[in-house]
Design a protein around this ligand. Structure first.
Ligand code: PMP
Length: 299
């Protein structure tokens, strides 16, 4: 991670090295943080943040799920992110907002604890690389939607994701794919999944997955480009026999999948994936005016 100059911390800009937490903060012990991940891109009109409003809405939703009352409005959080990018003078990269329960009487119930809010940003290039991803079907099942709010971005959920991705990458794969509690395909450790079959694009419905913002954007973009898009429960067999498969996520963007459990899929980078990837890149880099509504230009 490339360190930048400032972090926004409880309403103030502090030096990167001074944004510290107490070892007894509640979130560290119990996984009770609400966080986000956004990207911003270099465009000819300056840096542009992709889907800022939607990310803040999801952040506030995740916070609400864990009974956190955020003392900042959507407008204030938007401004904080924009000003952070200006302060750090970087043109493209990743933004990590987090809200967590601070330090106080340590017990599982966080009532009464201070709510701390921090936002950092730093440069970050391609995540899964340019080659098509090799997925391992994880032995860990994606968190059960009746155990928690499975569509929210809560820090504790990522123990499940961390187990899956670490198991996969340490065995030489690029990423894990998790099934849900019923055995349907859910998602990667930090990506949603899509397949293409007979020119129709399919992705699992909400319920057991994170409500991905890239997922939503790609579904919209694909429909605008004339593709048929369906949300449908997918079996592993559907994915293995698909014409194409790709992952979406803020960090992974649109990443083709070439293998599952060491078996080659029909394509490594199919034509629909390639088309969506190219159009997505144009949008985030500010080269398609029709989608300026998805960008927040930092001026
Ligand atoms: N699933 C999980 C578990 C994730 O962590 C992410 C990354 N936020 C995604 C899917 C993709 O979501 P988004 O497109 O909003 O980044």
């Amino acid at each position: 991670m490339q360190k930048t100059s400032k972090i926004w911390f409880n309403g103030k800009f502090v030096d990167w090295s001074k944004a510290r937490v107490h070892v007894l903060n509640h979130t560290m012990h119990y996984g009770t943080g609400a966080f986000e991940g956004l990207r911003f891109y270099n465009t000819t009109n300056g840096p542009a943040i992709f889907q800022l409003g939607r990310h803040i809405d999801r952040w506030l939703y995740s916070a609400k799920c864990i009974y956190m009352k955020m003392s900042y409005s959507k407008k204030e959080l938007k401004e904080a992110i924009i000003n952070l990018i200006k302060k750090n003078k970087i043109k493209s990269g990743y933004i990590r907002p987090i809200a967590y329960y601070g330090h106080g009487p340590l017990r599982v119930n966080p009532t009464g604890l201070p709510i701390e809010v921090a936002i950092a940003c730093w440069p970050w290039g391609s995540y899964l690389g340019d080659e098509s991803a090799k997925l391992k079907v994880s032995r860990f099942v994606r968190i059960h939607p009746k155990s928690t709010f499975a569509d929210a971005k809560i820090t504790g959920h990522y123990v499940n994701a961390m187990l899956a991705v670490t198991e996969a990458t340490s065995a030489g794969y690029t990423e894990a794919i998790m099934l849900d509690y019923k055995g349907y395909v859910a998602e990667g450790s930090a990506e949603n999944i899509f397949i293409v079959k007979n020119n129709v694009i399919y992705t699992p419905p909400l319920g057991t997955i994170l409500a991905g913002i890239t997922r939503l954007s790609i579904m919209q973009l694909a429909r605008d480009l004339g593709y048929k898009v369906k949300e449908k429960k997918l079996k592993l067999e559907d994915v293995k026999s698909a014409d194409e498969c790709f992952l979406t996520g803020t960090v992974a963007e649109v990443s083709p999948v070439g293998q599952i459990d060491k078996k080659d899929l029909k394509t490594q980078l199919g034509p629909v994936t390639k088309h969506l990837k190219q159009e997505f890149e144009k949008i985030v880099k500010g080269k398609n005016k029709k989608y300026y509504r998805w960008l927040e230009f930092v001026k």
